[in-house]
Write a protein that binds this ligand. Sequence first.
Ligand code: ZN
Length: 711
Amino acid sequence: MKKRYTAFASYMLRNSFGATLLVLACAINAIAAGNPHMLPIPLEERIQQSGLIVEGEVVSKKSFWDARRENIYTSNIIKVYKIFKGELKAQELELITEGGNVGLDVHVFSTSLKLTPGRQGIFFLNDQNVLANTPAAGKRSTKAYGSQQGLISYDIHHNKATDAFLQFSSIESAYSAITANTKISYRILRQNEKLEQAINVKNQKQSSQLAPAITSFSPAVTSAGTGTVLTINGSGFGNTRGDGSVEFKNADDGGETYTKPYPREYISWSNTQIKLYIPSYGQDQGVAGSGVFRVTANDGTSVESPTPITIEFAYSNVSVAGVPVNKNGTFKPTLVDKDGAGGYTIQYAPSMLNNIPAQYGFQRAVTSWICNTQVNWKIGDPLNQETTADDERSVIRFAPDSEVGERVLARTISRYAGFRCDNDTLFFLDEFDMEINSDINWQYGPGGPTNRQYDFETVILHELGHAHQLGHIIRPREAVMHFSVEFDKTYRELSAADIEGGEFVMARSTIPNACDEPPIKPIPASECNIFANIINQESEYQAGGTVEIRWTSTQEDGLDYYAVERSSDGINFTEIGTVDATGDNSDYVFTDTEPLPFRSFYRIKAVYTNNDNRYSTRMTITDPEARNKVILTPNPTDKAGKTNLIFLTESSVTVNYQLLDISGKIVMDESVIFTDAMAAKELNLNNLAGGIYILKWSTRSNSGAIKIMKL
Ligand SMILES: [Zn+2]
């Protein structure tokens, strides 16, 4: 299939415009198993849309915050060898990519061009002037056209050039494909010695060396990023690894390229046996995927595995520049209780709020994950602004093609915070944001896609898998986390492997961690038993200090009554009253005369005459009297010395707080950002002596002090 497409591509380039259109349709069919996040951008279009096309090499990179501290970007310095289009005065330029890490703050985009020093290829670039004062001041600053499709990447040792959709039989043929279109030959700015040397070495090696051989490997069915060890038996591997490697098909591009593990992933290497961890984050930031893997000995000779390995799921690991890895492998980020109600509150930006079918599709995808892995996600109050920033909020929004990335369907941004505890560094998922391309022809469901529509629920289910910390795999039509989705197709059910992956992440996330970050709390199974015939449900504080709960039914076949349930933590609910069902399309009101202090969760249980029941989704409500001030509860602390600092706000507020002992000495000095989706921060006083302490707190507009008794 790949070869066919390559042929189409070169045919396409050599023909007139009319012929191009015809062949393009076939080409799209040929790569129907395309990328999950992207539609292909023909080479011709990339050439037209880029102001500068160069052959270059990444020589260094440095991540930085934007001026408003909303997003982390990476400044990559590219050494330029050849120019295919455009003018360039200097021999180096800056290429800005999205994501990266600054200290222990990490942003990972599910689709973005990811570069590492040493990477060579042909870059499709345009000048960027959105970001000022980038790290490479004085150098021409650019961004790639078409996100990942802005680079045709080289494998110089095998003389191959590939991108997410195209595979060229040699680097030279990539040159011809471009020059055939630009109608000018490239200019050499300086010699690409590494490339020339690699091709020469390859030519000399072909006859003389004795290749390594693989006799067996285990396990044959496994996972990536989970600490699983792969054992490979055979001969001719060489007594030491040296420059040798075991490379896996890269699941991020469906196996077009290979991904190479970091040296630290190798456990042992002898002439007859290799042991290594299967990585979900290689040196090139790729994910180990299913397919034949390749062993290369120190002398450069290599062999492919006789049978493919199957990687059923990948746990997204992070690797962080400048942070030493002191246990095995890269960091395995965990999910935590960010919202004080067990997990993460997802909020719609206005662009989502204006699209009701999209909300239903999104809700269905969220429910699929919750009901299978019990991940603690809930849909919270909507926002009144379009933000995708490091702001402690998990925001879902539509954004134009130019912002999400040219032809990118959707992307998920995972934002992590790292902490050093007990001589280890741990990373936690702080929030995730999702940007959905508003220029795509979506089918929101429940009907299926037609006429080259993309199925919204399928893509969201996949993106939510990234938010769940699952990476790509290569398992066509077998799993949601397969790297690709096809137009006109739906995959709205999680596979056993997707669920196993999600459960693995949950199992690691629910155990206590050395940093004392509150672990995520699995959502109760009853949340999956959703009653779809309740609409317009809302809860509201009344002047007299009561809470009014209102809802409307659509259809009540066999329904007996409704029970209203209330909870302080969003997990453990108690029934507080009932209302008889009065027939289809009825409006109901229930008044809670004694609401819980600060914040309450409500849900409605629909009870049938046969005692079967279903639940509404949850509602959260905060007491207006309790807003914008610090509350400590429980006070005194519990027996373990823990209490919660609660701050209820409808915006985003930084709370600075200090804990002072009775002599006035500061024993704790911290700050936390609270939002409408993040209301509680656990305070752990267990290493302090019992007695009275004073918590002094301040925000920009308010301050106070509270006495707290440590038991
Ligand atoms: Zn994806």
